[in-house]
Design a protein around this ligand. Structure first.
Ligand SMILES: Cc1cc2nc3c(=O)[nH]c(=O)nc-3n(C[C@H](O)[C@H](O)[C@H](O)COP(=O)(O)OP(=O)(O)OC[C@H]3O[C@@H](n4cnc5c(N)ncnc54)[C@H](O)[C@@H]3O)c2cc1C
Length: 109
């Protein structure tokens, strides 16, 4: 039987299309939701993640926006990303996402 003939169909209660920051975050937080009690699959077309906005924007994380809600969302995200190695450690493997905060320089004229 060749590789294609052995393809199995997958079933899940939740299917998330796209595994970059939004898809992964949705999967992470949903999986911690005890009330869900179901299975989650993340479907990603590019396992190198080389062309997604998440990879292309890895530079700085802005925390000043025009609404308090957006500021707080960003602050939560920064704290989460800083603690990400602890959150995502599996069997003593500690991931390093290479976050180096360099800050923003805003000039007002
Ligand atoms: C230069 C730059 C700077 C930025 N700065 C900021 C900032 O300061 N603050 C901020 O909040 N945001 C910023 N952003 C925006 C932020 O990066 C994006 O909003 C965020 O990364 C989007 O994440 P995402 O997971 O929704 O999309 P993406 O990162 O684009 O991921 C989408 C994923 O879905 C996959 N996919 C798509 N279609 C399919 C399919 N049919 N089947 C399977 N997989 C699929 C793709 O392969 C990809 O991996 C910036 C973006 C850029 C480019």
């Amino acid at each position: 039987m060749n590789h294609f003939a052995r393809k199995q169909s997958l079933h899940a209660d939740v299917v998330i299309v796209g595994g970059a920051v939004i898809g992964s975050a949705a999967a992470y937080f949903l999986s911690a939701e005890v009330a869900l009690g179901g299975s989650i699959i993340v479907v990603e077309q590019d396992l190198s993640y080389s062309r997604c906005a998440t990879t292309l924007s890895v530079a700085s994380i802005r925390q000043q926006f025009s609404t308090p809600e957006n500021n707080r969302i960003s602050q939560f995200g920064v704290e989460f990303i800083k603690n990400l190695p602890q959150c995502l450690t599996v069997h003593a493997y500690v991931p390093d996402i290479g976050l180096r905060e360099r800050g923003y320089l805003s000039l007002v004229h």
